[in-house]
Design a binder for this molecule. Structure first.
Ligand code: C2E
Ligand code: MG
Ligand code: MG
Length: 735
C-alpha cells in the first residue's frame, strides 16, 4: 500500500456525507498547511475582509482630513500672497505723508507688475477717493467699514484682489491690489498628491501591521481550528488535531483548546463504538446466539486453518463429526421452541464436555452440530470419540421438570483421508450423517466414497424421474384389503410402480417406490406425481365399478410434502369430480409425520377432506413420533399398523405388544384398525385373536396391476360365495 492509500478514507455517516465543496475546502486546507504562516494570513478571506475594511476606513478618514487641509492650504497661500503684496507695496511707496499727493510712481508700479504677482493697483485716499490707478482694472473698493470684505477671489480663481488699509501700510492711503494667483493651483495639486501618497502609505502600513497582529492572535488559531474541524469531518475516528504554534490563554486560545478536546473525545468515542460494533458483528458472524458455540462459518475457517497447518505441515489427521439430533423437529413442534432451545443448549454443553480439550464444537444448523478433533497421541481414536458422544447422550436431559432421552446420528469424515478441502470434508461428514439417518438413526457412519456415489445416483434418479413423469413410465398397482372377520375384499391400496427402461435384456427394471419417493419428496416432484396418482386411482376405481365389479375403496398414499405444499383438498375434489367417483370409495393414507409439521393446519386440512366425504387413514402407525395424545383431535377413520410390528409380532414381544396396543387404542377411539404386512396364517391368527378389523398383505396377494386386480376381484368374489375367509391366490405377475 502506498502512503497515499494509507490516508484514512471517510468512514461512516459523517465521513461519507462530506459535500463536494467541503472536500475541496479540505484539499485547500492541506495545501494551506504547506504555506508559511504570513502567507496564510494574506490568503485568508477574513484577512482580506479586515484589510479592505481597515484600508478603506483609513482612506476615508484621510480623505476627509485632506479635504479640510486643502482649503486651509489655499487660504494660507492667499494670506501669504496678501502679506507679500503688502510688503512689496510698502517698499514701493514714496515717503510722503501728504494724503493728497500720489505715493506711487509709474516706474515703481511697472517694476511691481514685472517682478511680483501684482497685476493691478488702485490707490485711494483715507476718504476712499481714488488717487492713482495702474495696470489691470481693480474691482474691489476699499472697505468703507469693518464688515466689508477686504479681499475677493475672482470667479475663475485666477485673480485675487486685496484691500490694504492705511494702518497696515503705515501711510495715509488705502490701496487695493490685484494679484495674479496662477502659482497657487500647482502648489495645491502638489500638496494633494503628497497627501494622497502619505495617505496610501499610511493605510498600507497600518493595515499590514494590523494583519500581522491579527494573524498571530486571531487568524492563526482560527485556521488551526478550521483545519482540525475539517480533519475531524473527513476522518472522525483519527482526526489530525494540531495546536497553534503559540498557545494563548485568551478567548480564542481557550475556545480552540475546548474544540480540540471535543474532537479528540468524539474520535475516542467513535473508535470505542466501532470496536464494540466490530466485536458484536464478529460474534454474530461467527457464533451461534443460542448455544454460544462457534457457527458453521467459524468452523469452516478453523477447519481450513487446521488443514493447512496441522495436516499439511505437521502431517496429523483430523476427524470431523457431523452430529444431528434425531427427530428434533418433532420435539420442537410438540414440546415448544423454548424446550427445543434448552435441549440444544444442553446438547452443546454435553458435546463440549465429551470431546477432548482443543476440539472445536460448533452449531452448524438448527439441529446439527459439528466437531473437529486433531488426532494426536494424547487424543483417543475416532471410534472412542464417537463412543464418548453417544455416552454423553445416554443420560436423559432434564428440561423444565421433564426428563428427555436424546438420540443422535453421527457422520464422520477424516482429513486427509476424505479430502484436503474444508468444505469437502464437511460435506463428506454430512453425507455420512445422512447415511446414518437413512439407516435407522441413533447410529454412526464413516464416510466412504460409495456414499458419494449414492448421492450422485440420487441426482441421476431425479433426472430419470422427471423423464418418467413426462414419458408415462409410472404405473399404479393395487394391493387388496380384506375384512378379517368376513374375508370380504373391502378395498385396495394404490401403489406406485416405476418401470424404468434401460439397455438390459428385459428392456427395463422396476424401481421401488421406497427408493424414488424420498427423491421425489426432496425435489418437490412428488406434487405432480401425487396428482397423477390421485386422478388415476379415482378414474380406474370408477371404471371398475362401471364395468360391474363390486364397489370397494381405493386407498391413495399422500406424502407429507404433498399434504403441506400442495392444495390437497382441491386436488381431491377435482379428482373425484373428473372421475365421477363417489367420495366414500376413496381413502387417503397419511403418515403421522403429517400431523407434526403444523398440527392446527393439519387438523384443518383433514377436516376439509373429511367434509368432502373421503375416508382418512393413518399409515405406518406406531413408527412416527408418539402423538397418541393428540389422536383424538384428528378426524380419522382408520389406523394402519405398520408392517414391521406385524412381521415381528410373533418373534418380538415388544412389537407384539405395540400391535396389540394400537388395536386397543384404535377401538377405544372408535377407529377401524387395519394391519399391513400380513404374510402368514400365523400373522392372520394373531390379528384375529386381537380383534383387528382389516388386513392387507402378501398372504393374500402381492400388489397387482389394473387388469390382474380386476381378475382377482372376480375370482375372489366367486370364491367368497363358497368359503368365508379370504384366501391366498397364486401370485400372478406381481411386482
Ligand atoms: P406403504 O404406504 O406403507 O405401502 C405398503 C407397502 O408395504 C407397499 O410397498 C406394499 O407392497 C408393502 N406390503 C404390503 N403388504 C406386504 C407384505 O405382506 N409383505 C411385504 N414384504 N410387503 C408388503 P411398496 O409398494 O413398495 O411401497 C412402499 C412405500 O412407498 C409405501 O408404503 C408408501 O409409503 C410409498 N408409496 C407407494 N406408492 C405411493 C404413492 O402413490 N404415493 C406416495 N406418496 N407414496 C407411495
Ligand atoms: Mg400406504
Ligand atoms: Mg404403510
Amino acid at each position: 500500500m502506498t502512503e497515499r492509500d494509507n490516508t484514512p478514507k471517510p468512514v461512516g455517516k459523517t465521513g461519507t456525507s462530506l459535500s463536494g465543496s467541503f472536500r475541496q475546502q479540505f484539499r485547500a486546507a492541506s495545501l494551506w498547511d504547506h504555506l508559511a504562516s504570513p502567507v496564510r494570513v494574506w490568503r485568508s478571506k477574513i484577512s482580506w475582509r479586515i484589510t479592505i475594511t481597515v484600508f478603506l476606513t483609513i482612506l476615508t478618514v484621510q480623505a476627509v482630513i485632506m479635504f479640510v487641509t486643502a482649503s486651509d492650504f489655499k487660504r494660507q497661500k492667499l494670506y501669504e500672497m496678501r502679506e507679500l503684496a503688502r510688503v512689496f507695496i510698502i517698499s514701493s511707496l514714496s515717503d510722503t505723508s501728504d494724503p493728497l499727493s500720489a505715493p506711487l510712481t509709474q516706474e515703481a508700479a511697472d517694476r511691481l507688475f514685472s517682478e511680483t504677482m501684482i497685476s493691478g493697483i488702485a490707490v485711494y485716499g483715507l476718504d476712499n477717493n481714488l488717487i492713482q490707478i495702474f495696470g489691470d482694472t481693480v474691482m474691489l473698493r476699499p472697505a468703507a467699514d469693518a464688515e466689508t470684505p477686504l479681499q475677493q477671489l475672482s470667479a475663475s480663481s485666477r485673480f485675487y484682489e486685496v484691500s490694504l488699509r492705511a494702518q497696515e501700510l503705515r501711510r495715509p492711503y488705502n490701496i487695493v491690489v490685484k494679484l495674479y494667483t496662477a502659482g497657487i493651483t500647482p502648489m495645491l495639486n502638489q500638496h494633494i498628491r503628497q497627501s494622497v501618497l502619505i495617505m496610501l502609505l499610511l493605510s498600507g502600513l497600518v493595515t499590514s501591521v494590523l494583519m500581522l497582529v491579527l494573524g498571530q492572535w486571531l487568524l492563526e488559531p482560527v485556521m488551526v481550528l478550521r483545519n482540525n474541524l475539517l480533519s475531524a469531518a473527513q476522518n472522525p475516528e483519527k482526526p489530525d488535531v494540531r495546536r497553534p504554534r503559540r498557545e494563548t490563554r485568551d478567548e480564542i486560545g481557550i475556545a480552540l483548546r475546548i474544540a480540540n478536546d471535543l474532537i479528540r473525545q468524539n474520535a475516542h468515542n467513535l473508535r470505542k463504538l466501532r470496536s464494540q460494533a466490530e466485536d458484536r458483528i464478529h460474534k454474530l458472524a461467527y457464533y451461534d446466539n443460542l448455544t454460544g458455540l462457534p457457527n458453521r462459518t467459524f468452523f469452516l475457517e478453523k477447519l481450513d486453518d487446521n488443514i493447512r497447518h496441522r495436516v499439511a505441515e505437521e502431517e496429523r489427521r483430523l476427524a470431523v463429526f457431523a452430529i444431528d439430533l434425531d427427530h428434533f423437529k418433532d420435539i420442537n413442534d410438540t414440546m415448544g421452541h423454548e424446550f427445543g432451545d434448552k435441549l440444544l443448549e444442553a446438547i452443546g454443553k454435553r458435546l463440549v464436555k465429551a470431546l477432548p480439550p482443543g476440539s472445536l464444537i460448533s452449531r452448524a444448523s438448527a439441529d446439527e452440530f459439528t466437531a473437529m478433533v486433531v488426532l494426536k497421541e494424547d487424543n483417543p481414536d475416532t471410534a472412542t470419540l464417537v463412543d464418548r458422544i453417544f455416552n454423553a447422550m445416554a443420560e436423559p436431559v432434564s428440561i423444565l421438570h421433564e426428563r428427555f432421552q436424546v438420540r443422535v446420528s453421527i457422520g464422520v469424515a477424516h482429513c486427509p483421508d476424505d479430502g484436503m478441502e474444508a468444505r469437502q470434508i464437511l460435506k463428506n461428514a454430512d453425507i455420512a450423517l445422512n447415511r446414518a439417518k437413512e439407516e435407522g438413526r441413533d447410529t454412526v457412519r464413516y464416510y466412504s466414497e460409495d456414499f458419494d456415489l449414492a448421492v450422485q445416483q440420487r441426482f441421476q434418479m431425479l433426472r430419470d424421474l422427471r423423464t418418467a413423469l413426462d414419458e408415462n413410465q409410472l404405473r399404479l398397482y393395487f394391493h387388496p384389503q380384506f375384512d378379517l372377520r368376513t374375508g370380504q375384499m373391502i378395498g385396495a391400496e394404490a401403489l406406485l410402480r416405476w418401470w424404468c427402461p434401460d439397455n438390459s435384456k428385459e428392456g427395463g427394471r422396476f424401481i421401488s417406490p421406497a427408493d424414488f419417493i424420498p427423491v421425489a419428496e426432496q425435489s418437490g416432484l412428488i406434487v405432480p406425481i401425487g396428482e397423477w396418482v390421485m386422478k388415476t386411482a379415482c378414474k380406474i376405481n370408477k371404471q371398475w365399478q362401471d364395468k360391474g365389479l363390486p364397489p370397494f375403496r381405493i386407498a391413495v398414499n399422500i406424502s407429507g410434502v404433498q399434504f403441506h405444499r400442495a392444495d390437497i383438498v382441491a386436488l381431491t375434489a377435482t379428482a373425484l369430480k373428473e372421475s365421477g367417483l363417489d367420495p366414500k370409495w376413496l381413502e387417503l393414507e397419511v403418515t403421522e409425520s403429517v400431523f407434526m409439521e403444523n398440527m392446527h393446519v393439519a387438523i384443518d386440512i383433514l377436516n376439509q377432506l373429511h367434509q368432502l366425504g373421503v375416508e382418512l387413514a393413518v399409515d405406518d402407525f406406531g413408527t412416527g413420533y408418539s402423538s397418541l395424545s393428540y389422536l383424538r383431535q384428528f378426524p380419522i377413520d382408520r389406523l394402519k399398523i405398520d408392517q414391521s410390528f406385524i412381521r415381528n409380532a410373533l418373534v418380538n414381544n415388544d412389537d407384539r405388544m405395540i400391535a396389540k396396543t394400537i388395536i386397543t387404542l384404535g377401538h377405544s377411539l372408535n377407529l377401524k384398525v387395519i394391519a399391513e404386512g400380513v404374510e402368514t396364517v400365523e400373522h392372520e391368527e394373531f390379528l384375529k385373536s386381537e380383534g383387528c378389523d382389516e388386513v392387507q398383505g402378501f398372504k393374500y396377494t402381492k400388489p397387482l396391476p389394473q387388469d390382474q386386480l380386476r381378475e382377482y376381484v372376480i375370482n375372489h368374489t366367486k370364491a367368497m360365495a363358497k368359503t368365508n375367509p379370504p384366501r391366498a391366490i397364486e401370485d400372478k405377475g406381481s411386482a
